[in-house]
Write a protein that binds this ligand. Structure first.
Ligand SMILES: [Zn+2]
Length: 187
């Protein structure tokens, strides 16, 4: 989306033609944000050169970004965080941040070299005002993010379902908003 006053460009790097491996970039003239950086499903079954390209792409997307927003604790949304530059800011719900740490007990914490910051409410990242909204999904602590620059608004739903204990959360999401949403399975 481009406009004259508050330019926001969004690029869906991956996730629009496949399930999982999501990565979306939002940018203004002086800020770059990534939302999720997931490992594509069936990564291990891909030829070596395909795997290398997936990793190199993620390195490029995470380079020089001001922050990465992580929607939830599923590898197809965070599985390439290990290639992000050291010290990159990562915003996630408190629950998701804790789960990332706990994953280090059983395997590898892919965010241990990153600056993980729990978000509960709204944060500012340069031009972007970002607000977290709880959503229902099969991952504890899953959320959507609303990105605002001036009067322009983009809602990234993450994975979302309309049933479950937090199904009512969808009613609190904002209207008059561009929506980037990835539906999976039964809604
Ligand atoms: Zn998910």
């Amino acid at each position: 989306m481009k406009n004259n006053q508050n330019n926001i460009q969004f690029i869906i790097h991956r996730g629009s033609h496949q399930i999982g491996g999501n990565c979306v970039e939002l940018a203004t003239s002086n800020a770059k944000i990534l939302i999720d950086c997931g490992l594509p499903l069936y990564f291990e079954e891909q030829p070596e050169e395909t795997q290398e390209k997936i990793i190199e792409d993620a390195k490029g997307w995470t380079h020089n970004c001001d922050a990465i927003f992580l929607s939830h604790y599923h590898a197809d949304h965070y599985g390439l965080f290990n290639v992000a530059p050291e010290g990159t800011k990562v915003y996630a719900t408190k629950e998701t941040a804790e789960l990332m740490k706990i994953s280090g007990v059983f395997g590898e914490d892919l965010t241990k070299h990153l600056d993980v910051r729990p978000i509960d409410g709204t944060v500012m990242v340069k031009d972007f005002r970002v607000t977290k909204f709880d959503v229902d999904h099969s991952a504890f602590g899953a959320c959507a993010f609303l990105f605002e620059v001036g009067d322009k608004r983009i809602l990234y739903s993450g994975d979302i379902r309309l049933h479950g204990k937090k199904a009512c959360c969808i009613k609190t999401s904002p209207n008059k908003t561009w929506i980037i949403s990835f539906w999976k399975g039964r809604i």
